[in-house]
Design a protein around this ligand. Structure first.
Ligand code: GDP
Ligand code: IMO
Ligand code: MG
Length: 423
């Protein structure tokens, strides 16, 4: 069997958690391959609304194995809270959740370093979630990091050594005031909870599962435009959020990748700083924010909103090799008189149809306008019910991208998901 990869094509928060939960019944294993608690993946079903940060979104379905892969970074404090939250819903994860020994740990001092780094950047700060993601991946690539597999051997010693390095950086480089001790007790409590789960050689585990004909869904975090290589650098996260990240973050070979499911909102949002060519500062932008409840699942920050950007969408499809699209949150635009899609950029007066090296603030979007569908789509269950204007919107996206929109989401609930009948 193959590994299908589901990932965000914009700046995160596309609705990945919801779709993973919807698709989970089709798979044997669900895995996370990168990122950490900077992610907030929301699931809604029955009367439950739940946000996951580190744990894969397959966790609410019976008989499924969920694996936190080697590419993920874990904060034991947040992990403990997540486990307690899920336990509170009567779900026991001890047999269904496995953690890679090679996943790196976010230390309290990583979080402090993140805050120090952002403070030092001043006006040009990234707008990080301040979860310690950047400093933890820096220690990984700098070959200093602590991994889950280290917990059982001289752990305290290794921990102290790394913290001593961090203290030097905070004192000498950042001159930042901090109190690591404040967080340490909670962190070691988290380590205890983490120790109760099975730590595995996840690359072996997953490849064995593939050999046994098990199917795997890899759940991306963040979005392609936040990728460390292909996003709007430096306003990005510190991992490879793209499809290739599933290979390195799980230890599966590229020829093991099957379908690549690209998730996008019918418009765009971004939280944090950085370029956003189609951002709206007018009442349409506010309406998208209000209708879509566009406030961060992890930080509560208002999300910046704008029209759908086909230039960057096509770029994301290209980088990831997307085989099918899922369009989210179309219901948010149900009451718009008209809606727009950006089809090219104007840079220094020249029209360009690709993402330029410099994603500067000076990019002027060129739009195609569509009539709004002015229909409440939230109770629809079949594509036959779609209004003509909505079909025109999807047809345009499919024609421009050359990729079928196989699924349309018309509300946050698991049930509000419509499969389109495309071969
Ligand atoms: P993720 O990080 O990609 O998993 O997305 P988030 O959970 O951060 O943000 C998506 C938000 O949109 C969540 O609050 C979801 O409950 C909500 N959502 C998902 N799909 C839909 C949809 O089709 N319509 C509406 N109105 N909300 C949705
Ligand atoms: P999910 O998985 C949206 C953004 C932050 C900031 C930049 C760097 O829920 O889609 P970091 O904490 O990684 O140093 O932040 O990336 N960011 C996200 N935006 N959704 C996310 O995850 C994000 N994870 C990070 O806002 O701009
Ligand atoms: Mg999110």
């Amino acid at each position: 069997m193959k590994v299908d990869v589901l990932l965000g094509l914009q700046w995160g928060d596309e609705g990945k958690g919801k779709v993973v939960d919807v698709l989970t019944p089709k798979y044997d294993l669900i895995t996370r391959f990168q990122g950490g608690p900077n992610a907030g993946h929301t699931l809604e079903f029955n009367e439950i609304k739940h946000v996951l940060h580190t744990i894969p979104s397959g966790i609410f379905r019976d008989d499924k194995i969920n694996v936190i892969g080697n590419g993920v970074v874990i904060d034991p404090v947040i992990f403990k809270k997540e486990i307690e939250g899920i336990k509170g819903l009567g779900i026991d994860l001890s047999k269904s959740l496995f953690i890679s020994k090679k996943a790196h740990l976010i230390l309290p001092s990583h979080r402090i370093l993140d805050a120090a780094s952002e403070a030092a950047k001043g006006k040009s700060k990234i707008g990080s979630t301040l979860k310690g993601i950047g400093p933890t991946y820096m220690d990984k690539t700098g070959r200093n990091g602590l991994r889950v597999g280290d917990i059982n051997s001289n752990f305290k010693e290794k921990y102290e050594l790394l913290v001593a390095k961090h203290r030097q950086m905070l004192d000498k480089f950042y001159e930042f005031d901090y109190d690591i001790a404040e967080y340490e007790a909670e962190w070691f409590e988290g380590i205890k909870v983490l120790s109760e789960f099975q730590h595995i050689d996840s690359e072996q585990f997953l490849n064995d599962a593939l050999k046994e004909d098990k199917s795997i869904l890899a759940e991306g975090a963040q979005g392609t435009l936040l990728d460390i290589d292909f996003g709007s650098y430096p306003f990005v996260t510190s991992s490879n959020t793209v499809c290739a990240g599933a290979c390195t973050g799980l230890g599966v070979a590229p020829n093991r990748i099957g379908n690549v499911i690209g998730i996008f909102k019918a418009y765009c949002t971004r939280v944090g700083m950085g370029p956003f060519p189609t951002e709206l500062f007018d009442e349409d932008g506010q309406k998208l924010r209000d209708n879509g409840n566009e406030y961060g699942s992890t930080t509560g920050r208002p999300r910046r909103c704008g029209w759908l950007d086909l230039v960057s969408l096509k770029y994301s499809i290209m980088i990831n090799g997307v085989t099918e699209l899922t369009m989210m949150k179309s219901d948010v635009m149900d009451d718009f008189e008209s809606v727009k899609i950006c089809t090219s950029y104007k840079v220094n007066g020249q029209e360009v149809a690709h993402v330029p090296y410099e994603m500067t603030e000076d990019i002027e979007p060129v739009y195609t306008e569509f009539k709004g569908w002015k229909t409440d789509m939230t109770a629809m269950t079949h594509e036959n019910e779609f209004p003509e204007e909505f079909n025109a919107y999807i047809d345009f996206i499919e024609k421009e991208t050359g990729v079928p929109v196989k699924v349309v989401s018309v509300g946050p609930n698991r049930a509000q998901t419509i499969d389109r009948m495309i071969d």
